[in-house]
Design a protein around this ligand. Sequence first.
Ligand code: PLP
Length: 360
Amino acid sequence: MTYVPPLHDPQARGFASDNYAGIHPEILEAIARANGGHQVAYGADAYTQHLQGVFQAHFGADAAAYPVFNGTGANVVSLQAMTERWDAVICAQSAHINVDECGAPERVGGLKLLAVPTSQGKLTPELVELQADGRGDEHRAQPKVVSITQSTELGTLYTVAEIAAIVEHAHARDLAVHLDGARIANAAATLGVPLRAFTTDVGVDVVSFGGTKNGMMIGECVVVLNPDAVRGMAFLRKLSMQLASKMRFVSVQFDALLSGDLWLRNARHANAMALRLQAAVRDVQGVEVQRPVEANSVFAILPAEVTERLQARYPFYVWDQQTGEVRWMTSFDTTEADVDGFAASLAGEMTGALSRRQAG
Ligand SMILES: Cc1ncc(COP(=O)(O)O)c(C=O)c1O
């Protein structure tokens, strides 16, 4: 066989996103294990059937798992299944569904989003209440679902008690609760509790369960915890173009992630690298770490010239052009040397910028 070299440097890692990372070797092995022979398509395969029990072991006997292609799809399918045409979804202004899904919840799901400004990306019962009015008024979209993200888009976490309080308040108002868990594993890792502790056990109705950011190649999963909160899941997944024909290759990845402790190992490692990064940059003069580091990202404010110079060596994103806030994200394959090298480069650039400023 002819050797075909990779088109990229397989050793290069940056801090742009956990989506930039490759596939965890144990996941890759699992995909290969599921290969060969024929299996029924569209989810009636042995791997997807087996997966139901795997998710039930984490989330309880009523959990039903619907693998999908991506997180936007998981959110749009979940929220459609939880709402009528006239309903609305209350979410944080910074929520991925509100900011980063190209309007798919609105355009594809036909959903009205009621976004609330928050501190650090977290809703509270009081903030939910700001948008919970208008019930029975035919002029108003009807609030029906509260969607929270755990861990949040800003790298923060809800405690178990905070989610319990939101769910209690929501249910008392006849609102169901959806949890965008694109980084749910990172949250469980920091909280040190089982996945069900801040979902099933506190009454969350539906979870968009993230796999890709935690070492999978592709795939997320809608996990319905309360069957009474949804309708038409199977149909909505297909009409939303999220039904994989060769589903066994998505399901087997979740099996590899969740049957043992790979999900937790990966998340713990990514979180630990974020803490290491925070510790390394916190004391660099001129760098302001902006938010609590509770999952696998660090947000900091830097001078624009330093950001540009650093970005030439390490990919990462500017989160807010106005303030100069940047986001550094770690993943399952970030190494201590990556973090230390990056922090040293940052310190060097900051010193350079300071002396250029003094000289000029
Ligand atoms: C909080 C959150 N939800 C959902 C997603 C899903 O995104 P995608 O559709 O790219 O898989 C992401 C991806 O960045 C995310 O950060």
